[in-house]
Design a protein around this ligand. Structure first.
Ligand code: MCN
Length: 792
């Protein structure tokens, strides 16, 4: 039994796009219910303040206002539950607010305008308190973020991961000893990995409808995790999980920010039940900036010791990560993801420590890459500085220190994690060959000779996707809070219908990754049913198998594998039925061209409709056949996948303005076997643009009073197509051994590889001036100042 056609690897155009680009997709705001009401939140203007009183009388007297809720009205609802809740967020704060934008009241009106009038009429009496904004201040505990707590440090992660503190100290001592060697070269740099605002095109929104007849709740939310959200609402509202249905229809970008359950989602659901009318909440762009999770926000010192010959003897990183005022879904786990990849592609002893501290700012959590871009930034910047220090080509230094291809499978990173597969030297060579590295450097040198500031920078990366094994989920995750199984599983249901079409139902929550296309390719590959005849459904907890959502570039490797195996099971059953119809042996059945035939005799053929008919009219099938032609599979990966790659940028800096222009951007990425190269390239494009956004433009700046100074798209510039060159994407293929398709994740790769590539290139461009480092974002003024300083 074989399949002779394969859609895997085909550059099939995204099936999602025709509806989306014509404006005919259905987002939460396109769903209208009769008798809707609107919610608006009253939010704190202070970063830290006691709430002395809240006067809602004027708001309640406003025409069209239906209800005003404060913490006092919520009874035993809340606080907001999360997977890793160390500092849980109150649903509404009636006690002491902890950041600007924290919700203190919710106003429901006949429409959004009167609800806003009502919110403006709520009078809150605050007593301002001194906030803690700076990370080092927070670490010192001079002032506490949470009155009554013992420390601002929530927890610390240290590596090698899993080693006893003494063993970790021994690694640190080993690195210290290396520094004392006569031939030691030590480079050390404190670097800021600034705070970022995720900025999806579609801000968050939620619509909830209580059905009193059935005692059930329907919720539409722009979410990456529909099942977790349904579970969280059910737990918070004391409902059975089957009484809450969450639908995430089209979602206009998520980037990790929609991987959280938010207080507004719980409160809107609760209010819909309380009022007996549908309630809608639509986030404004300012709310998106102030009250939806942020990303990054680290400061740390990377130190590298090596010899003059380019042998790295040790890497030490000590940092502080900003958690914000509360911890939400994965807040404290993000730095741990950094630890996973702390040592990059290299084999040197690695000591790594990060303190996770609270501040009076919005909570941080997963933002595309989540911990990995930060870790990769520090290691790749310091390796580059080391290469400059010893005067060796940065590509050569990297190559000399790679974990060897021979170490795989079974390689354990110096940071303490078992990796799947890797061939780093081959990948770097692919990049250098594609870029014609020697010519690029010659071009740069020629430009330099003309007095231009042209630079070539490169960086390698390794990342970790599709977190696994399942046991990892036991590491303090409160899955029970969301009514989810305690495992990083994937799921997929495949059904062949009587009309020869197939339906695939998955538990993912895509936000633009093209799952409707690639899942159809997976099933088409296994069954030989044309992609156009396969419908992929997702994002509806009412009809999809339990899934933990779309994040950590896990969907293809984990849910895709579940779907692959489900399709395989359907194929096995179909082979039996086809053999029965063709009076042949099951082993001789071949699937092709929308049906099955006997190997070598394509004329003795049955179509999928014939096979499905027998499956549903089971009296025509061999005795003992179970009716139906479908399978639902849960896939449990034995390990995460470890994609990797190398990026290179050529830039030119204008010394008069400090403006950075990216002349070329070339990559070699390796995400194992590729399901759809066009989608993979699209994912890498988007990822690189976000990395460039961090490198050159974006910065969430709080002033010392805790006001977000960059809370609008006027002062928080994000990159547009005009800011980036046409990317030149190449790659290698190193299949993983942890799933049947050999695929690794790719959704975050571009972001993880790019920011440091740009900074390395800019520093290279300014090398003639002796500039060694500039903190991101490299906006013109900052670059210009560095040039002025270097020129003395
Ligand atoms: N794919 C493939 N071959 C591979 C790997 C993946 O063809 N070897 C395809 C997959 O089938 C899928 C896409 O590439 O269609 C991404 O797959 P995967 O790497 O598994 O990532 P996820 O689908 O789990 O997406 C999550 C990832 C994350 S974590 C963020 S953040 C992110 C991202 O994807 N946010 C995005 N990409 C985004 N893209 C858009 N448009 N919008 C976002 O918010």
């Amino acid at each position: 039994m074989t399949t002779t056609t394969s859609a895997l690897g085909g550059a099939i155009r995204r099936r999602e796009d025709p509806a989306l680009i014509r404006g005919r997709g259905r987002y939460v705001d396109d769903i209208k219910l009769p008798n809707e009401t609107a919610a608006v939140f009253v939010r704190s203007p202070f970063a830290r303040a006691k709430v002395l009183s809240i006067d809602t009388s004027e708001a309640l007297a406003t025409d069209g206002v239906l209800a005003v809720y404060t913490a006092d009205d919520l009874g035993d609802l809340g606080p907001l539950i999360a997977q890793l809740s160390f500092l849980p967020r109150p649903l509404l704060n009636g006690d002491e607010v902890k950041h600007v934008g924290e919700a203190v009241a919710m106003v429901i009106g006949e429409n959004r305008y009167v609800a806003q009038d009502g919110a403006d009429a709520v009078f809150v009496d605050y007593e301002p308190l001194t906030p803690v904004i700076d990370l080092k201040d927070s670490l010192s505990d001079r002032q506490l973020v949470h009155t009554g707590s013992e420390s601002n440090t929530i927890l610390s992660w240290a590596g090698p991961f899993g080693a006893e503190p003494e063993a970790q100290q021994a690694v640190k001592d080993q690195i210290e000893a290396a520094k004392q060697r006569d031939d030691a070269v030590v480079v050390s740099q404190e670097m800021i990995n600034q705070r970022l605002i995720p900025t999806a095109i579609e801000p968050r929104r939620v619509l909830a409808e209580w059905s009193s007849g059935y005692g059930s709740l329907n919720v539409w939310s722009s979410s990456q995790i529909p099942h977790a959200l349904a579970g969280a609402i059910a737990v918070s509202l004391g409902l059975r999980s089957t009484k809450v249905r969450v639908v995430a229809p089209e979602v206009g970008g998520g980037f990790g920010a929609k991987l959280n359950v938010y207080n507004d989602e719980i409160l809107v659901s609760w209010a819909a039940r309380h009022l007996g009318r549908p309630v809608r909440w639509t986030e404004t762009r300012r709310e998106a900036a102030n009250s939806t999770i942020h990303g990054r926000g680290w400061v740390g010192t990377a130190t590298l010791v090596g010899t003059r010959d380019g042998e790295i003897l040790g890497y030490d990183f000590e940092g502080i990560a900003d958690m914000g005022a509360y911890t939400q879904n994965f807040t404290v786990a993000i730095p741990l993801l950094g630890l996973f990849v702390a040592s990059g592609q290299y084999k040197m002893p690695t000591y790594w420590k990060i303190d996770c501290v609270a501040t009076n700012t919005m909570t941080t959590d997963a933002y595309r890459g989540a911990g990995r871009p930060e870790a990769m930034y520090y290691i790749e910047r310091i390796v580059d500085m080391y290469a400059r220090e010893i005067g060796m080509d940065p590509a050569e230094v990297r190559r000399r220190n790679f974990i060897a291809k021979e170490a795989f499978p079974g390689a354990v990173s110096p940071a303490g994690f078992a990796m799947d597969t890797g061939d780093y030297a081959k990948n770097l060579d692919a990049l250098l060959d594609s870029a014609d590295y020697a010519s690029l450097k010659a071009e740069r040198d020629a430009a330099r000779a003309e007095g231009r500031y042209v630079g070539v920078g490169l960086a390698t990366y390794v990342e970790v996707c599709g977190f696994a094994p399942s046991g990892l989920a036991d590491m303090g995750f409160n899955w029970a809070n969301y009514g989810l199984p305690t495992a990083f599983n994937g799921s997929g249901l495949v059904r062949v219908n009587p009309d020869a079409t197939a339906t695939v139902v998955i538990g993912t929550g895509p936000t633009g990754q093209g799952h409707e296309t690639t899942w159809a390719q997976i099933v088409s590959d296994r069954l030989g049913i044309p992609v156009d005849d396969i419908t992929v459904k997702h994002g509806d907890t009412g009809d999809s198998p339990m899934g933990i959502g779309t994040f950590g570039s896990r969907s293809a490797a984990v849910d895709g594998s579940a779907t692959y195996e489900a399709a395989d099971r359907v194929r096995k059953k179909a082979a039996k039925l086809a053999a029965h119809l063709l009076e042949a042996s099951e082993d001789d059945i071949v699937f092709a061209d929308g049906g099955a035939h006997v190997a070598g005799s394509p004329e003795s053929k049955v179509g999928w409709a014939d096979i499905a008919t027998v499956a549903y009219q089971v009296h025509k099938a061999p005795a003992g056949t179970e009716p139906g032609l479908e399978s639902e599979v849960f896939f449990t990966p034995s390990n995460a996948t470890w994609p990797f790659g190398s990026h290179l940028a050529m830039v030119e800096v204008d010394p008069e303005t400090g403006n950075v222009e990216i002349l070329r951007y070339i990559t070699a990425d390796d995400c194992g076997n590729v399901i759809n190269p066009m989608i993979v390239h699209g994912q890498i494009h988007g990822g690189i643009v976000q990395g460039i956004g961090q490198a050159l433009f974006e910065d969430a700046i709080y002033d010392s009073d805790g006001n977000l100074l960059t809370g609008s798209l006027v002062d928080y510039p994000i990159p547009t197509a005009g800011d980036v060159p046409s990317f030149e994407l190449h790659g290698t293929v190193t299949p993983t051994d942890v799933n049947p398709m050999g695929v690794k994740g790719v959704g975050e790769a571009g972001t993880i590889g790019s920011a440091q590539t740009i900074v390395n290139a800019v520093v290279d461009a300014l090398e003639p001036l002796g500039v060694k480092h500039i903190d991101m974002p490299l906006r013109p003024r900052r670059v210009w100042e560095a040039i002025q300083k270097a020129r003395g």
